[in-house]
Design a protein around this ligand. Structure first.
Ligand SMILES: C[S@@+](CC[C@H](N)C(=O)[O-])C[C@H]1O[C@@H](n2cnc3c(N)ncnc32)[C@H](O)[C@@H]1O
Length: 262
């Protein structure tokens, strides 16, 4: 069930923030060689794998994830999109020695590097897996999406985010790393960095309301023992009332690094 919610959240993220994804994927497509062999690290529900397979003609994509439910969803999406023959799935724990992917031209790691137990080791593995001149693309979140900016409910949402950030820090997740410096240190050069400040204002499509509901409800349930009962009750009320609102927005900041294996 937890995986179902995460899968829905990732799919909604791709749907609601489609302009950001189109921009990033277009950038990678311009930089990549012809017919690239792509590896998608922590592929999740398949946003990156499918978009890269679509945008990079003749590419083949190896989608790697530790979670079999994610890979099953990705596989069915790839088949439904007619991309099944160009996307293969590999179940692997990337904290362990990596499988041999064969020659690799592009490694795409969206919102997955922060999960790696040892970022330096993961970057060294990526360097070792890529052919010279190959590309490593890392996308990370500077902030998780906020939906209630400028509304009377903004403060409780911000308190929730602050607690969630503490919880992630305690769990050892590598948020807010300087991946550019880490990539250069590993031997990648040059490294290009782009920041995306996403601020979608009303009216928003229906998917954005669902995205807000899944995100806020996930945040609320993760903070059961960390927020005061008044904030938990306020979040419950907000989630229950989202469908009738016309003041929601989607604000999030992301950074993408594109680096060449020297
Ligand atoms: C936040 S999701 C990102 C999914 C996808 N890249 C996207 O952009 O929507 C992180 C993914 O990394 C996977 N993951 C976390 N730790 C991992 C590990 N040690 N090895 C392989 N995959 C891992 C999770 O199962 C999850 O699917």
């Amino acid at each position: 069930m937890a995986h179902d919610h995460m899968i829905e959240l990732l799919d909604l993220d791709a749907e609601v923030l489609h302009e950001y994804f189109r921009d990033v994927i277009g950038w990678v497509a311009r930089e990549a060689a012809d017919h690239p062999r792509v590896v998608d690290l922590g592929a999740g529900s398949g946003t990156g794998s499918l978009a890269l397979a679509r945008e990079l003609p003749g590419s083949t994509v190896t989608a790697v994830d530790i979670t079999p439910e994610m890979l099953a969803h990705l596989r069915s999406r790839a088949d439904a999109a007619g991309l099944g023959d160009r996307i293969r799935t590999v179940e692997a724990d990337l904290d362990q020695p990596w499988p041999d992917f064969g020659p690799v031209d592009v490694i795409w790691a969206a919102f997955s590097m922060h999960h790696m137990a040892d970022p330096a080791k993961a970057l060294a593995s990526a360097f070792g897996a890529l052919r010279p001149g190959g590309l490593l693309v890392i996308a990370e979140l500077d902030s998780f999406p906020r939906f209630l900016a400028g509304t009377p409910d903004e403060a409780v949402e911000l308190r929730g985010h602050a607690e969630s950030a503490k919880r992630r820090h305690e769990a050892g997740l590598h948020m807010h790393e300087n991946w550019g410096d880490r990539m250069r240190h590993t031997g990648f050069t040059p490294v290009t960095e782009r920041r995306f400040d996403i601020d979608l204002r009303p009216p928003l499509p229906a998917a954005a309301t669902r995205y807000a509901a899944v995100s806020l409800s996930r945040m609320r349930h993760g903070l059961e023992d960390r927020l005061p009962p008044s904030d938990l009750a306020a979040l419950d009320k907000i989630v229950a009332g989202l469908a009738g609102r016309d003041d929601l927005s989607v604000c999030t900041e992301r950074t993408v690094w594109l680096a060449v294996r020297g």
